[in-house]
Ligand binder design. Structure first.
Ligand code: SAM
Length: 298
């Protein structure tokens, strides 16, 4: 059974190893067993699964994952946590610990090696400074993923889940929703962590779509249009796209496309759905040189 997960045990381990928290690694360790149970349950982890855990810290969630999963591969950047993890995870034989930067790890190769290339689950209390590159990297590098269940900043979870009409709706919402179905599982207050983060957190599950929910000939162009629209979200779609150096179309070509979609000329980009952005990309003339994919959302 997990031995970590409450404040007392976490403090004991930290003191025993004279561990000092490193702000630059986004270290806020979970100390609430209810939240831990909820994450494992929301991810639907079974003994059939390989789970990738990003940033195991002192191994609190890793212990819970090891109880539920077939195999856990945990990637931790901070070398001073490795001896602690070797101690706290010593009782488990289904954990592979990797000391590396997750942004430099070939996750597809890990899925191949430890799960025969079958879809993996990703579960993490993410370091908040790299939430978006981690999530978009998992989607865009074609890692076989079933779902991603992660603790993120509350505001970021809201942005991932929102649709048109919300102030939180933006390029991140559309990029995430192109690849997955988001669902906010729980809001988590700062007192569930040591040290307490300054912001509220939320657990969000992103269930990968078997196929994208919209048909778009050039997803790279669609994401270029999305980025340009939200970079100047107070402007009309027409002006936002015309002013953007990234968008390779004339004012006339953009106006014609907006008209072809039966949208009012003064429509704002922030009111368009994913389906409408896909349609816009499809009605604009094809131009060589736009990279085929990459939402490039930071
Ligand atoms: N999973 C633990 C928990 O819930 O208590 C720790 C979560 S803490 C928010 C984030 C963890 O990610 C830390 O252990 C930190 O050292 C690690 N980390 C930060 N950047 C990383 C990176 N680029 N690659 C791998 N791990 C990273």
């Amino acid at each position: 059974m997990p031995t970590l997960g409450n404040p007392q045990h976490t403090i004991e381990i930290i003191q025993k190893h004279k561990f000092t928290f490193q702000k630059k690694f986004g270290q806020n360790f979970l100390i609430d067993t209810h939240v831990l149970d909820k994450i494992i349950q929301a991810a639907g982890v079974t003994k059939e699964d390989m789970v990738l855990e990003i940033g195991p810290g002192i191994g609190t969630m890793t212990q819970y994952l090891a109880e539920a999963a077939g195999r856990v591969v945990a990637v931790e950047i901070d070398g001073s946590l490795i001896p602690i993890l070797q101690e706290t995870l010593a009782g488990y034989d289904n954990i592979t610990l990797i000391h590396d930067d997750i942004l430099k790890v070939d996750i597809r190769a890990l899925a191949h090696r430890y799960n025969g290339g079958r879809p993996i689950k990703v579960v993490a209390n993410l370091p908040y400074y790299i939430t978006t590159p981690i999530i978009m990297g998992l989607f865009e590098s074609h890692v076989p993923v079933d779902n991603i269940t992660v603790m993120v900043q509350k505001e970021v979870a809201d942005r991932m889940q929102e649709g048109p009409g919300s102030k939180d709706y933006g390029a991140l919402s559309l990029a995430v929703q192109y690849y997955a179905q988001p669902y906010i599982v729980a809001n988590v207050p700062p007192n569930c962590f040591i040290p307490r983060p300054r912001v509220g957190s939320a657990v969000i599950r992103l269930t990968r779509h078997p196929a994208p929910p919209v048909q778009v000939q050039n997803p790279g162009l669609m994401f270029t249009l999305i980025r340009a629209s939200f970079n100047q979200r107070r402007k009309t779609l027409q002006n936002g796209l015309t002013n953007s150096p990234e968008v390779p179309y004339s004012r006339e070509q953009i106006a014609a496309a907006i008209e072809q979609m039966h949208l009012p000329p003064a429509v704002r980009g922030e009111t368009l759905t994913l389906e409408q952005f896909a349609q816009l990309a499809n009605v604009l003339p094809e131009i060589p040189g736009i990279p085929p994919l990459h939402a490039c959302i930071q």
